[in-house]
Design a binder for this molecule. Structure first.
Ligand code: HSE
Length: 433
């Protein structure tokens, strides 16, 4: 008969220090819930960003091995991030029969299949709610609440830093660099903020979500990834004029067992629910076969929201240990064979095109001629006489078109002597809610 449950905490950065704080505040409630003490027994950290409070310095150990080899530790909470040494530590801890809780999206996206396979063999539980959507219980909703339904699509805002930047640029006209600095100061951004900006962080989260939503094997190479680095005030204001806002979306679609999985800046109608999700907030619009459309929004980054998700995993894991409920992440080990995943050339979408052209007669007819020859049908056009660095912007939106044909025609347009810069191409998603 178990008398206590013991935790080994790896890391003491933004999320881990918030976790410790929340855990201490909630400890009595948790002990009462399980009628036994749940303790943080050991902490291992190499970081110096968040000093470990004096009263818990006695819990500090010199190496991760001190936690992995401790037979009394039931749960390892890994909040150090990155691939190594986190991967090695987690695999060793699983081998030793320990349950894992982690917020490490990069690790699960890139090596999740190996980790879940090992966890399945050793019959231990992996809690990873904090890896996707910060404080929003999206994984639990899919894993448990929607376990008997069929997920048709998910439209998501899953990078707080990018959303913070885009919404500040949209609402206040702020400059990209200044807004990014603010996001870093608030602890939203990754250690390497280019992962936020170039779409990689969103793609990590989407890989985890996609595996869970569609029970399919997925690698990072299956995901179309584009970031927000080239989005300018010009695009934001043209989008506004057309009735759209630009968001970095993570998109999952399953139509007739053909999967689309992509991350890119997207024009979405300003009237849609997620158009209004600003700042560090994340959002998920899940369309299912039976329950219909569902939406979840909340803080997608930051210490307390993410640590809140770790707390949820902790309660679930302790419950499994004490009540012998076994693993709850079984869906991850029931991944089917790989479904058919669409590449860029198979995508059908509407597009926003911003050409930079010389202000000369005949320019428009040259562009529209090339689009027409490639079966690209124009939906709207804006041309204002304003000059931007010697050129005039011409904005065209298209009806639905095949991406391969679209890109072929843009390549031809960009070779015209009247086109002065690479054309900006963004996808439009009209039917998301
Ligand atoms: N850098 C991430 C974000 C943190 O901005 O959303 C949460 O995963």
């Amino acid at each position: 008969m178990k008398k206590s449950v013991n935790i080994g905490l790896l890391g003491f950065g933004t999320v881990a220090s918030s976790f410790y704080h929340i855990f201490s505040e909630q400890k009595n409630e948790i002990d009462d819930l399980f009628s036994m003490p749940v303790n943080v027994k050991k902490i291992y950290t190499r970081g110096k960003s968040h000093p470990v409070p004096e009263n818990i310095k006695k819990l500090l150990v010199k190496s991760a091995g001190d936690i992995i080899d401790d037979k009394d530790i039931d749960i390892v909470i890994e909040l150090i991030g990155g691939i190594e040494p986190a991967k090695d530590i987690i695999l060793q801890a699983i081998t030793g029969g320990k349950n894992i809780i982690t917020a490490n999206k990069a690790l699960l996206a890139e090596h999740g299949e190996e980790i879940f396979k090992k966890a399945s063999e050793k019959k231990v539980h992996i809690g990873f709610e904090a890896a996707v959507g910060g404080g929003i219980p999206i994984l639990r909703s899919i894993k448990n609440g929607l376990a008997g339904d069929v997920i048709k699509s998910v439209y998501s805002i899953i990078n707080g830093t990018s959303n913070f930047i885009l919404s500040k640029m949209t609402n206040e006209g702020g400059k990209f660099e200044d807004v990014l600095k603010k996001a870093q100061e608030k602890g939203y951004a990754e250690a390497d903020p280019s992962l936020d900006i170039n779409g990689t962080d969103s793609a990590h989260k989407l890989a985890i979500l996609g595996r869970l939503a569609f029970s399919t094997s997925l690698t990072m190479d299956d995901i179309i990834i584009e970031g927000i680095e080239n989005i300018s005030q010009l695009d934001i204001s043209f989008a506004k004029e057309l009735g759209y806002v630009i968001k970095l979306l993570g998109i999952l679609k399953n139509e007739d067992s053909k999967i689309e999985i992509r991350v890119h800046p997207t024009l979405i109608p300003s009237s849609s629910i997620i158009a209004k999700v600003d700042g560090v907030f994340n959002a998920f619009l899940v369309n299912t076969k039976f329950a219909g459309p569902l939406s979840l929004t909340g803080y997608g980054a930051g210490g307390n929201p993410t640590a809140g998700a770790v707390m949820g995993d902790l309660v679930e894991t302790v419950s499994g240990i004490i009540n012998g409920e076994g693993r709850r992440d079984f869906i991850m080990s029931k991944i089917k064979n790989k479904l058919n995943i669409k590449t860029k050339k198979d995508i059908i979408s509407r597009y926003y095109l911003r050409f930079s052209a010389m202000d000369r007669p005949g320019v428009l007819s040259k562009i529209s001629g090339i689009l027409g020859e490639n079966s690209i049908s124009i939906s709207s056009m804006i041309q204002k006489g304003r000059k931007v660095e010697g050129s005039v912007p011409i904005v065209i939106t298209t009806h639905e078109a095949n991406e391969a044909e679209l890109l072929r025609s843009i390549e031809k347009c960009d070779k015209l002597d009247v086109i002065t810069a690479k054309t900006m191409v963004l996808r439009i998603e009209d039917k998301i809610d």
